[in-house]
Design a protein around this ligand. Structure first.
Ligand SMILES: [Zn+2]
Length: 120
């Protein structure tokens, strides 16, 4: 492979990752808007920052920890239920690398309007 085609491949891969990360934040925003009771704030044990059970439309977040990266992480589990933990973490890192202040504000606003306090 020439240096030029290798650079082009690298650029395409970066663009794909950016597009995918943008698609995840956009889907998260719409998920929050369309699922008003989907996010639960609670204290989680065992060092967990968040929790999601596949097939469930409910994401539990420990409000004492990092909310945005955890919300994105758990939402990736929701979007890609077959994905292993290490690949979920890799996607979370890509999203966190490209997320803009505006996207973060939009997600926080949508989150604030749908978050519930755990009853147990
Ligand atoms: Zn996970």
């Amino acid at each position: 492979m020439t240096q030029q085609s290798s650079n082009k491949k690298h650029k395409n891969k970066n663009r794909e990752r950016k597009n995918e990360a943008y698609s995840i934040t956009s889907k998260l925003y719409h998920f929050l808007q369309s699922h008003p009771d989907s996010i639960i704030f609670k204290k989680l044990s065992g060092g967990k920052t968040g929790d999601y059970t596949t097939g469930d439309d409910e994401i539990r977040l420990d409000y004492r920890k990092e909310i945005i990266p955890t919300l994105i992480h758990e939402f990736i589990h929701h979007l890609y239920p077959a994905l292993c933990e290490s690949k979920v973490i890799a996607k979370e890192i890509h999203v966190m690398a490209i997320i803009s202040p505006r996207q973060c504000i939009n997600i926080l606003r949508a989150l604030a309007s749908c978050v519930q306090i755990s009853r147990n």
